[in-house]
Design a protein around this ligand. Structure first.
Ligand code: BES
Ligand code: MN
Ligand code: ZN
Length: 510
């Protein structure tokens, strides 16, 4: 699909510019009110009162969620007009805009329309501008058109009619709207990659497959990529990561991807080019290990690499946007399986930084692979480290499937991530990380236990990680509830790629 921008200069009397361009449909918003405003009023004038007649006849009330496709329109460049109800103008916020946009795209995608002119991004949205609106509309469309058919023997990829979308925006927004198109497409492409990796079955998407994916991403987007195998991981002393990998016949991989958009760090740059490091949990299948999980929905544990998937997706988005900053993606990846040689409850292992860990539950494996990756990240002298993990079922109990759990000691970093999450409409909620919870991780025999009991399970998991993230500002995102959907709509969501991409866009000052 091809997205472009058409600017109209109201001050020069070009307000109707969007009306003359050739297309199959003009998408037009109608508020629940008696009077037509903005693009709707211009359209009404150009079509000799067609829009007022339709509204007067009661065929389009402007109620939120309603749509009306008006065929055989004359007097304008398009042959149809799609009217979209927007609800009350004084309640038209980010959420209402999103709902109107999705309703519009559903109608457009359900028809034979090949070319659409989209005017909803010009509407007055509370606290958001036209540039934001363009990007949100692209992401909504790409979300609706995503399909995972790679594993079907006869994929029903019926050709899609919709090829070209023209966003009509105010002239003052033209330059920024073009950036918004670039960002929207890059973030959508990143999310598609994240979703594909998540949806692939665990017999295909193995640690080795993720290593190959990293190398391909490196070739396609000029990233420096290192994929370390068993021997190199051993040499680094990652005893905690390796204890999880042990029970599987799939070899573990430790993936490092470098995107250098700000140039190399040097004595002269004095830390100004210090990278942001993203660490993603890459358990390609979590059976629980010896502390084996119950059978119900165990297939969904193929999604236990969605943190890693979001690092891939975000690296892709950042590279495609060409952001001027340095980003490093770090992914420890392995399977968590039961076996004669698997790690057992009671085993004590030694992590890369020397901390000894008593494994009381082999199903709390995410933190065991992440802690060594967090230690490894120290070598980059990062400006900040964000880890992303489907870490705890307890996070779903706490926050459900709407908010990602955010943990950070650093208020400034937490604030940045929360701002990015709101801007990207990829919600996150901060949970506590007080030192008081650390007591739950006491071990009688080692420095720390890998579980803290049932109370505040997500917090104690974050507390465990915090012990290894001491050398830099750090935040942890628990995406257990947000990385994928279960049930009839089972599938990866691509979250939190929008949040992470926005955070990096903001850091790059783009
Ligand atoms: N990958 C799971 C967490 C998870 C479970 C995410 C269900 C999404 C849905 C993680 O490795 C795990 O098993 N965590 C345990 C920790 C417990 C043993 C302390 C959990 O949440 O039950
Ligand atoms: Mn587990
Ligand atoms: Zn897991």
């Amino acid at each position: 699909m091809d997205f472009s921008i058409k600017a109209c200069d109201w001050s020069k009397g070009e307000a109707n510019g969007f009306l003359t361009g050739k297309s199959d449909v003009i998408v037009l918003g109608i508020f629940e009110a008696q009077t037509l405003t903005g693009a709707a009023r211009d359209m009404d004038a150009a079509t000799k009162g067609l829009i007022s007649r339709v509204v007067k006849a009661g065929d389009m009330s402007g109620r939120a969620g309603t749509t009306l496709l008006v065929p055989e329109v004359t007097g304008i460049g398009a042959s149809r007009v799609l009217l979209v109800g927007l609800g009350k103008q004084d309640a038209f916020n980010q959420k209402a805009y999103g709902e109107a946009v999705r309703a519009a795209w559903r109608v457009v995608l359900g028809s034979k329309i090949g070319q659409a002119t989209f005017t909803l991004a010009q509407l007055p949205i509370q606290d958001r501008d036209g540039v934001w609106a363009v990007r949100a509309a692209i992401l909504a469309l790409r979300e609706l058109t995503y399909k995972f058919t790679q594993m079907k023997s006869k994929p029903d990829n019926g050709a899609r009619s919709l090829k070209k979308i023209v966003f009509s925006v105010d002239s003052a927004d033209e330059k920024a709207a073009k950036v918004a198109v670039k960002q929207g497409v890059a973030i959508a492409n990143g999310m598609d990659l994240t979703r594909d990796l998540g949806n692939l079955p665990p017999n295909v998407c193995t640690p080795t497959y993720l290593g190959q994916t990293a190398k391909k991403l490196g070739r396609d987007f000029k990233l420096k990529v290192e994929v370390l195998g068993q021997k190199q991981i051993e040499a680094l002393g990652m005893g905690s990561f390796l204890s999880v990998a042990k029970g599987s016949i799939e070899p573990p991989q430790f993936i490092v991807m470098h995107y250098q958009g700000a140039g190399a760090e040097s004595a002269k740059s004095k830390g100004k080019n210090a990278p942001i490091v993203l660490v993603g949990k890459g358990i390609t299948f979590d059976s629980g290990g010896i502390s084996i999980k119950p059978g119900e929905a165990m297939d969904e544990m193929k999604y236990d690499m969605c943190g890693a998937g979001s690092v891939f997706g975000t690296m892709r988005a950042v590279a495609e946007m060409g952001l001027k900053l340095n980003v490093i993606g770090v992914i420890p990846t392995c399977e968590n399986m039961p076996a004669g040689n698997a790690v057992k409850p009671g085993d004590i292992i030694t992590s890369m930084n020397g901390t000894t860990i008593e494994v009381l539950n082999t199903d709390a494996e995410g933190r065991l692979i992440l802690c060594d990756a967090l230690t490894y990240a120290e070598r980059f002298k990062p400006a900040a480290v964000v880890d992303i993990a489907t870490l705890t079922g307890a996070c779903i109990i706490a926050l459900g499937h709407h908010n990602t759990g955010l943990f950070a000691k650093d208020d400034a970093l937490a604030g940045e991530l929360l701002d990015a999450s709101r801007e990207a409409a990829d919600p996150a909620w901060r949970l506590p990380l007080d030192d008081e919870y650390q007591d739950q991780l006491k071990s009688n025999f080692a420095d720390v236990a890998n579980i803290g009991g049932r109370p505040a399970g997500s917090v104690t998991a974050a507390c465990f990680l915090s012990r290894f993230a001491t050398a830099y500002p750090w935040a942890h995102l628990d995406i257990a509830g947000t990385a994928w959907k279960s049930g009839a709509a089972k599938g990866a969501t691509g979250r939190p790629v929008p949040l992470l991409s926005q955070f990096l866009i903001d850091r790059a000052g783009a």
